[in-house]
Design a protein around this ligand. Structure first.
Ligand code: PA5
Length: 374
């Protein structure tokens, strides 16, 4: 069970009202997802993962933002064992990165999982065009199409229409779940299963958290709200496990896109300690006092645990409010709980600030501007 080391006074009536709003929001499907997993699709995901592992040395995962960060976070953190390696593409518009990924796949056998809810995002569309061409050159059209797995909207969008026309295997981004809350759907489950993550255990952890995370998430959201009202406008997520760097990236996207609107929101930043004690550590200890720190306290070895204690004490003495999120286990179950805990806390925090946790008008504005320029 996730634990926290703070105990703010919670306005229970207000929280219950906000939780009801979240559960009934048209984009609140993630709230009960771990308990309502579509078992038919879950079985198809496992079958597809096995098929990819049997046929491919590489799976190219194409996606950006919510269609990318969550599964990369878990794959990097758990370093699961699979003979099929994952290559990530379509998460920038850098020609250099795309060429690197194409070269890395080289002549090896590969499949592609293209992930885009809207089916129109430019970065994945560009990468998908290139990898589709490579598949066709290597295998011919029929086999190429059988090696494409499209995770997208069930009914609409350019990727959906192409997948239907070409007969790609399709997985669904549920209509009622937005990108950054979608890691426990097919968006994350297929790439994680191919990488060797035990997705049964991940969902078990998340499912338990549907009940057990409510109390700690409520306390954490309340603490954030209180700190925000005292002008602590920047949150540093601190982890002492280097492999969780992408989990920090997922957190930054989750909080940044959910809260940062209507001139509100706490700016999320992140560090990996002890590495960053030798860079940002100086600022955190001694610089401008508008920060609070949220330690994601994974179970760790004895020496590293001493660093956790030292940081907690030193930064508190430096005038930084330090919040501690205790993670029960460094495995699939623990990460399942942690994902759900943060999704819930983030949605609650945004609601407390009076902003919609589930839209992203700023991202859409950038997408529209880029389309115009192109
Ligand atoms: O969280 C979000 O909604 C965004 O970050 C999207 O996931 C991102 O823009 C990619 O969108 P799409 O899955 O439609 O390609």
């Amino acid at each position: 069970m996730i634990s926290v080391n703070f105990n703010p006074e919670v306005d229970k009536e207000k929280v219950d009202k906000l939780l009801k709003e979240i559960a009934h929001d048209p984009l609140g499907g993630w709230y009960s997802l771990p308990k309502n997993t579509d078992m038919g699709e879950f079985v198809r995901i496992k079958e597809a993962a096995k098929e990819i592992q049997d046929s491919s040395e590489y799976l190219v995962c194409i996606g950006i933002g919510g269609s990318y960060l969550g599964h990369r976070a878990i794959n990097e953190a758990l370093r699961p064992k699979s003979d099929t390696k994952i290559i990530y593409a379509g998460n920038s518009l850098s020609r250099r990165e795309l060429d690197w990924a194409l070269k890395k796949v080289g002549d090896h056998d590969f499949s592609v999982n293209v992930i885009s809810k809207s089916g129109t995002t430019l970065e994945p569309a560009v990468a998908f065009g290139e990898f589709k061409k490579k598949l066709i050159e290597k295998y011919g059209e029929t086999e190429a199409y059988s090696r494409i797995y499209a995770t997208t909207d069930a009914k609409k969008g350019a990727l959906h229409d192409e997948a239907v026309a070409c007969g790609y295997k399709m997985f669904t981004v549920p209509d009622n779940i937005g990108g950054r809350y979608s890691v426990l759907s097919a968006v994350g489950l297929l790439p994680m299963a191919v990488a060797g993550v035990d997705i049964d255990k991940l969902l078990e952890g998340a499912s338990d958290a549907v009940e057990t995370a409510v109390e700690p998430a409520t306390k954490y959201a309340t603490m954030r709200y209180t700190l925000d009202s005292k002008h602590y406008d920047t949150e540093i997520f601190a982890s002492f496990e280097p492999a969780t760097m992408y989990f920090n990236e997922w957190l930054k996207q989750l909080f940044g896109e959910s809260e940062g609107k209507n001139k509100r929101g706490i700016l999320p930043d992140s560090v990996i300690y002890s590495t960053d004690l030798h860079s940002l550590g100086q600022f955190i200890q001694d610089g401008r006092r508008n920060l609070f720190e949220t330690i994601i306290d994974y179970p760790t070895d004895e020496m590293n645990a001493k660093v956790v204690t030292a940081v907690r004490v030193a930064h508190a003495e430096g005038g930084i409010p330090v919040l501690n999120i205790g993670v029960p286990s460094y495995d699939e179950r623990g990460f399942g709980e942690l994902i759900y805990f943060f999704e819930l806390a983030c949605a609650l925090s945004a609601k407390m600030m009076g902003v919609n946790p589930f839209d992203q008008p700023g991202v859409e504005a950038y997408k529209a501007k880029l389309q115009e320029l192109l």
